[in-house]
Design a protein around this ligand. Sequence first.
Ligand code: ACO
Length: 168
Amino acid sequence: MGAVKVKRLERFSAEILEELVGVYMRGYEGLREYGGEGEGYAKRYLHWCWSKARDGFFVAEAGRELAGFIVCDRDWYSNYEGRTVGAIHEFVIDRKFQGRGIGHILMEKGLDYLSHYTDRVELWVGEKNTGAIEFYESYGFRRVGQSGIWIRMVKDLHAKPDKLQDEG
Ligand code: ACO
């Protein structure tokens, strides 16, 4: 595996979308219940992610290959929290790159980004996705609720006060 680089996604072309969808489909192999209903769904969902949180859309490249991505929304109104918090809308590593530490690199980037804007992060993960749940717990996310097959987890951040949005 080549050196891993993390960068903010700068544009969202049809070509890049194809690559993202490939990573998404392969990443969720064996977890299809939680990874949508196929490529059409993935395209729509990733478009939505880009429109909602492009500033927090980070990709990891291993050499020249796209290995995975995380989509962090710094401005998400959570009905469950009753306020605006941060959210991780998507986090996936291509199956062939899983278990090599790339998830950790992306998660650290995402949490650092969010800590500039918010003091809490929310995410939803499939109830049987024990690998991901354990991964999140290792970062201090805790389970706070469930809706259907989805578990809601939150993590408090030590926000950097000079950059908190509501300080005006
Ligand atoms: N394979 C190996 N390790 C896993 C796996 C897996 N499928 N899932 C979670 N882990 C855990 C391990 O326990 C390991 O812990 P350790 O560091 O203490 O040894 C750690 O995660 C592995 O760390 P990385 O190698 O950095 O993780 P990876 O690069 O595989 O990324 C991720 C983790 C994103 C969960 C990845 O396995 C993946 O894409 N899974 C499928 C998609 C998914 O479940 N995404 C999360 C959905 S919820 C959401 O998007 C908000």
